[in-house]
Design a protein around this ligand. Structure first.
Ligand code: GRF
Length: 201
């Protein structure tokens, strides 16, 4: 397999995508972002994608709030296949992934979550950590399965909770750790794919 490529799915400002794209530009990622897909038409991530010269696509998610319609998910699978990607990276994608996408890329969808899983699954995990009074939290890169934040853990970074932390300051410290962890784990995963020499999907 030549250099593996991946598709990025995200709903937000795309700071993790930026970290990945910069790592690719510096020649340290070991794989290539080939397409960026968002369920939010004016997501900062799509603007960033065009700045980096990577094709960006908006897919209308349909009527549900927490998942995509089956048609939207099928369209995403089609776009990923057209781009010829080997795996998928979720970077702030705010919807649960369902069967069509899971089946199209089994064991090949990565996510980053802002806590030390299995602690603080779900939304605003930094706030959950603050409210629980823990002295340490962090971020986790994991494979995506049918559960919410439940797949195989690939790597974690620890982040201290400081005495005067607010939800905002703690989240910012976790995000800085994410921007270091995600490119490192994506590189490891791409190496793993190259070694297994599995045929593309
Ligand atoms: C990150 O904090 C990540 O942990 C979570 O969504 C956020 C995305 O932020 N899954 P960004 O769009 O990459 O800045």
């Amino acid at each position: 397999m030549s250099m593996p490529s991946f598709g990025v799915l995200g709903s937000g400002k795309g700071s993790n995508f930026r970290a990945l794209a910069e790592s690719f530009k510096n020649g340290t990622l070991g794989c290539e972002p080939a397409v960026v897909i968002s369920d939010v038409e004016d997501a900062g991530m799509l603007t960033l994608a065009s700045e980096f010269g990577i094709p960006g696509r908006f897919v209308c998610p349909g009527p549900f709030r927490t998942k995509m319609s089956p048609e939207a998910e099928a369209e995403i699978v089609l776009l990923l296949r057209e781009a010829g990607v080997d795996f998928v990276v979720l970077a702030g994608f705010m919807r649960v992934i369902k069967e069509p996408l899971l089946q199209a890329f089994p064991g090949r969808i990565l996510n980053i979550h802002p806590s030390l899983l299995p602690l603080f699954r779900g939304l605003e995990s930094w706030r959950q950590a603050l409210e629980a009074g823990v002295s340490e939290t962090g971020c986790t890169v994991h494979l995506v399965d049918a559960g919410v934040d439940t797949g195989e853990i690939l790597g974690q970074s620890r982040v201290p909770v400081l005495p005067n932390d607010t939800a905002h300051s703690l989240h910012a410290r976790i995000q800085a750790a994410e921007h270091e962890l995600y490119p490192r784990m994506v590189r490891v995963f791409a190496e793993r794919l190259r070694k297994t020499k599995l045929p593309n999907h």
